[in-house]
Ligand binder design. Structure first.
Ligand code: C2E
Ligand code: CA
Ligand code: CA
Length: 854
């Protein structure tokens, strides 16, 4: 850059030297013989006239454009008439030099200007001499000669100026020449006329010169008045324009830009800056550079301190070279708070430094700007709030994912674009349990992690959304068919299902999902979502990972919603019933106890199976009051039945979610004492899946319950993911072989093997083994042969209402008296509220007594 500058400087220097050489050539050559028509005036007399002409420049201001009119041609015309060429060049160069020095011009610029003046004067003298050809300067020919000379020399110097600008910035600027042709011509005509007028007056009536002087002085005063007036007018005008424009703008940035432009234009400054002090844009410095507003580093300078305190300030010619020559700073203040500081710096030399009235104008401009800025801030904030509101209404706060509304919109858009789209609705297994057992923070982490994993899979924003609680939706685009969608859904489930470690805690994440595929299952976003949701419920009910919507088996989620509402009412009004299914010893046929099974008969829906409404209750939190009611009813019945059969035990089912209820142990104790039942009279059945979903937590709860002295049974054993080896780590005293194995055990050797192995392993571990789903006499016989402790099933009895059960039990005790009648005397004495030792598993000896007839 510096090198380039140096090259440019030398070029300008060389060009100036050429101009000097040309002047010398003209003086020594062509104009050597020329004599001025009225030669004889002392050459130095014109020096002050040239100086004055250099200094007095009249400016006509129009917006930011200022038109400068110089009077340099007046002394030039005088010089042409009264001085010989050399004298003219000397007076011109010396006079202008004084003027330029006064204007602090120096160096290369001064050298160029003086060279140009020398050339200009020499050229003018030569041309004038040739054009006049000895005629009288005040004759028409003399008039034309002077005019032609002035115009041609002006053009020549404009050309020289253009050249030097080109040398300096490397660009051709047609402005200078254009101006010389247009306004320069007018000025040349006026100045030449004035010059010749002086010549004529000197020739004819020198006293009249005083009249001319009077006219000049009057015009000068008039000009000053005009200048002040026009500037004042221009200011008012710009303030008015500013207020109007700024009121139309609403954004802070737009207002800032207008404020900067108007400040610069109104004050004719070189630069304008805005230092933002408060609001979202705080600590920003906006500078108007050429026509762009740019953000620049740096804060307010020290001299702007009064503005920071709310006082407009004017800075005069800076003493240090780096600062601005002069500047204004004004606060943008509203209600005593300075929002920003507006600064304008430097202005073209001819306008002089900023004055008092500039400061006043600047202040009022800043006042208007402050109000607009404040308003725009409010508008900005409102707009941002509206945007946030919009975002909030479409996004989930916890995961940042789109919400159901957003998902529906995105799905609608997707369906319009492509008909082959699938909707996957997922639900985290055991989420509620984690939430309740490990705290909401962990639950939140789990949800966020799920959101993250799903988002990583999705390519389109809005295609993963959180529907609420632990339900998510994934939109799969361009699926070939339901099978293809199911394959992709499996991938999604696999990605979500990876274990999740959080501060040394390993949380198993599993999700199950329902899938609905467009256009087969619907073309409408809401319907697809609903059907995928229904499929998800089916998946949960059937304990499978994925279900595709199937119109034959799936009820709609509308039914689920109504059911849920009615279930809540029924629980609140105590309309649930409990039925009891007998349990007997397969060998002897004697009664052991019963399993309590909840029943719900709704006036509208009829009988609703527990397989349908228990998942609903689990999902909605209704499971807690439900368990409470079943427990209460069952224990009250059991107390009655123990009068008939003192060893009678009652089994109550606990859902996975009950395990996370911290109140559970206390509730159980309360219920037991209310019914005045010993603790071992109660067995809690917990499914293997519920235990395995979160083994660690289940273990804690099981130990707690075990410590209470109640019996614990693993329900549906064999259907979960556990291996038999887990059994020994669990503090339970019973396993219930799942009915699916028992049902097939008579005919299928694999099922038989499972049932027999479970019986044997259970016994090895000191557990009682119960077989459920005994539908045939043959099965009961086999179980007796295999040494199973307890049997339950339709063959013995279906679950029946309490009255029917009382009848059944009375009859059973009469027909199959227990052998021995009472094995453990403690069991017959109720000890409510007192911790009891675990009951021993019942006899395992295979009593080959005749099969009971039912
Ligand atoms: P579960 O605990 O395995 O209950 C046994 C189910 O098998 C009962 O169905 C019962 O009616 C049925 N069952 C009994 N004997 C036979 C048989 O010989 N053959 C066949 N095929 N089925 C037999 P139910 O009453 O429909 O209950 C279904 C499930 O609902 C239960 O399975 C249990 O998990 C849940 N459940 C029932 N009552 C409650 C309750 O009060 N609380 C909780 N948390 N869950 C309950
Ligand atoms: Ca059960
Ligand atoms: Ca079962």
């Amino acid at each position: 850059m510096a090198l380039l500058d140096r090259h440019r400087s030398s070029a300008i220097g060389a060009f100036s030297a050429v101009l000097v050489a040309l002047a010398v050539f003209l003086l020594t050559g062509p104009s050597h013989q020329i004599d001025a028509p009225r030669a004889g005036l002392a050459w130095w007399l014109l020096i002050p006239v040239f100086t004055a002409a250099e200094l007095v420049v009249v400016h006509v201001q129009a917006r930011r454009e200022s038109l400068s009119v110089s009077f340099a041609e007046v002394p030039l015309v005088l010089g042409l008439v009264y001085l010989n060429p050399l004298g003219l060049v000397g007076a011109r160069v010396l006079g202008s030099a004084l003027g330029l020095l006064r204007r602090r011009q120096s160096g290369l610029k001064l050298f160029f200007n003086l060279s140009m003046f020398a050339f200009e004067a020499a050229l003018a003298a030569t041309l004038y001499g040739l054009a006049l050809g000895g005629a009288d300067p005040s004759s028409p020919r003399g008039l034309l000669a002077a005019l032609a000379t002035v115009v041609v020399t002006d053009l020549a110097s404009a050309a020289a100026l253009t050249t030097v600008i080109w040398l300096k910035v490397g660009e051709y600027d047609e402005g200078v020449l254009g101006e010389a042709v247009t306004s320069g011509l007018v000025a040349a005509l006026t100045n030449t006329s004035v010059g010749l007028l002086v010549v004529v007056l000197v020739d004819t009536r020198p006293v009249a010169l005083t009249l001319l002087l009077a006219v000049v002085v009057t015009v000068a005063f008039a000009y000053r008045g005009y200048a002040a007036l026009s500037r004042g007018h221009a200011r008012l005008e710009s303030l008015y324009r500013f207020t109007r424009r700024v009121q139309r703008e609403v954004s802070v940035d737009a207002v800032a830009e207008i404020v900067l432009r108007q400040a610069r234009d109104a004050l004719s400054s070189e630069t304008a800056e805005l230092f933002m002090l408060t609001g979202e844009h705080a600590a920003r410095r906006l500078c108007l550079i050429d026509e762009d507003v740019q953000s620049r580093p740096g804060g307010p300078a020290r001299w702007m301190a009064p503005a920071l305190a709310g006082q407009a300030v004017r800075r005069h010619e800076s003493t240090d070279a780096s600062g601005p020559r002069d500047a204004l700073a004004a606060p943008l203040e509203v209600d005593g708070t300075v929002l920003a500081i507006l600064v304008v710096e430097d202005r073209p030399h001819h306008l002089g430094p900023f004055g008092e009235d500039d400061l006043r104008l600047f202040e009022s401009l800043a006042n208007h700007a402050a109000v607009s800025l404040q308003n725009s801030r409010l508008v900005d904030r409102l707009r941002k709030e509206a945007e946030t509101q919009e975002h909030v209404s479409l996004h989930d706060a916890l995961t940042g994912l789109p919400n159901r509304r957003h998902a529906l919109r995105a799905l609608t858009a997707e369906l319009t674009a492509s008909a082959n789209t699938a909707v996957l609705v997922l639900d985290l297994d055991g989420f509620t349990e984690v939430n309740e057992a490990l705290g909401y923070a962990t639950g939140d982490l789990m949800l966020r992690e799920t959101g993250r994993r799903l988002t990583a899979l999705a390519t389109v924003p809005g295609h993963v959304a959180r529907l609420g609680n632990d339900e998510f939706v994934v939109v799969l685009r361009d699926v070939v068919d339901a099978d293809d969608a199911a394959r992709r859904a499996q991938d999604v489930l696999a990605a979500v299902g990876a274990p999740f470690t959080r501060s040394e805690l390993n949380i198993d994440m599993h999700a199950c999902a329902g899938l609905a595929v467009a256009p087969t299952h619907g073309v409408d976003a809401a319907m697809l979502m609903q059907r995928a949701d229904a499929a998800l419920y089916a998946a949960k009910r059937e304990r499978v990972l994925l279900r595709v919507w199937d119109p034959r088996t799936e009820g709609d989620s509308g039914r689920r919603l109504t059911l849920l509402g009615h279930l809540r009412e029924s629980i609140e009004s105590g309309q649930l019933e409990v039925h009891y299914q007998p349990k007997i010893k397969p060998g002897t046929g004697e009664a052991v106890g019963a399993e309590a099974l909840v029943r719900w008969a709704h006036p509208d829906h009829g009988r609703v199976g527990p397989d349908e409404f228990i998942p609903l209750a689990e999902h909605s939190g209704l499971i807690h009051p439900l368990t409470d009611q079943v427990l209460d009813a069952a224990l009250a019945q059991a107390a009655l039945w123990r009068a008939i059969l003192p060893t009678f035990t009652i089994a109550v089912n606990l859902s996975a979610r009950s395990l996370t209820n911290p109140d559970l142990p206390r509730q159980i104790l309360t219920a037991l004492s209310r019914a005045r039942l010993p603790r071992h009279a109660l067995t809690l059945e917990i499914t293997e899946t519920a235990i395995m979903t979160d083994l660690d937590r289940a273990l804690t709860v099981l130990h707690e319950l075990n410590a209470l002295g109640v019996g614990l049974s693993i329900d549906d054993f064999g259907t979960g993911l556990s291996s038999l080896a887990y059994l020994k780590t669990l503090p339970v005293n019973e396993v219930k072989v799942d009915k699916s194995f028992v049902l097939g055990a008579a005919t299928q050797s694999a099922d038989e093997a499972i049932v027999r192995a479970t019986i044997e392993l259970g016994h090895t571990l000191g557990l009682r083994v119960v077989a459920e789903g005994v539908e045939e006499a043959e099965m009961l016989g086999l179980l007796a042969a295999w040494g199973c402790d307890v049997a339950q099933g339709y063959f013995i009895s279906r679950p029946i209402p309490p009255e029917a059960f009382t009848a059944w039990l009375t009859e059973r005790v009469r027909t199959f008296p227990s052998v021995p009648p009472v094995r453990d005397p403690i069991q017959s004495i109720p000890h409510a509220g007192v911790p009891q030792p675990q009951p021993e598993p019942t006899a395992r000896t295979v009593a080959r007594t005749p099969l009971p007839a039912d």
